[in-house]
Design a protein around this ligand. Structure first.
Ligand SMILES: [Zn+2]
Length: 196
């Protein structure tokens, strides 16, 4: 069996999707909305305020602590220019962002290097590595989403309209959280072993 077939069998996107579905199912599991609660303190998208010793903001209509937002911003930071060729990076393009996050260079540099690898007959090896790296990236994103969900899923959220939404914990038990985290860790370990 070729390495690629083995790899595909071990880490199919379907497996990642399966985990995603667990999260999504829970995400839709809002129990009720208390309209008008805390409506005297109306918060808007992007507002930052202190409450219970933490700094809060509203991002995409959901109340979050600012430290979480700061981490998120740091992860998605992209320089103004490609570190390799110094060409400006188009900040508005999701495609450029995606390539930069994976490769830390612009798509043109990636394309140039890939043609060089093809000429040198090293492209197949490189493609397999990128394939695995992509899966690892996907898993890490899913893990972040899941952690964020598991950590925040039982809190009250205030929407942009000043409504408070309560999320109940019926959807996920501590065992399910543990199981899911274990599954992600196993998949990550498999890919890391393959990449090393
Ligand atoms: Zn470049």
């Amino acid at each position: 069996m070729s390495k690629e077939t083995l790899l595909n069998r071990q880490f199919t996107e379907r497996e990642v999707q399966r985990m995603r579905n667990i999260v999504t199912k829970k995400t839709n599991d809002r129990t009720h909305i208390q309209a008008g609660y805390e409506s005297n303190i109306k918060r808007n998208e992007g507002d930052i305020w202190e409450e219970n010793g933490k700094t809060w903001t509203i991002k995409n209509g959901i109340k979050r602590t600012v430290s979480k937002m700061a981490n998120f911003k740091q992860e998605s930071i992209m320089p103004l220019c490609c570190p390799q060729c110094n060409e400006p990076l188009a900040r508005q393009s999701e495609y450029v962002k995606h390539i930069y996050k994976l490769m830390h260079k612009c798509p043109k540099c990636v394309a140039r290097e890939e043609s060089d690898l093809k000429l040198q007959g090293k492209f197949d090896e490189y493609a397999l590595k990128m394939h695995a790296q992509n899966h690892l990236d996907l898993l890490e994103n899913t893990e972040k989403e899941f952690d964020d969900f598991a950590n925040n899923g039982f809190e009250k959220f205030m929407t942009e309209n000043g409504e408070v939404e309560t999320w109940d914990g019926k959807g996920l038990t501590p065992e399910q959280i543990k199981e899911t985290k274990q599954w992600i860790a196993e998949q990550k370990a498999k890919i890391t072993t393959y990449l090393s």
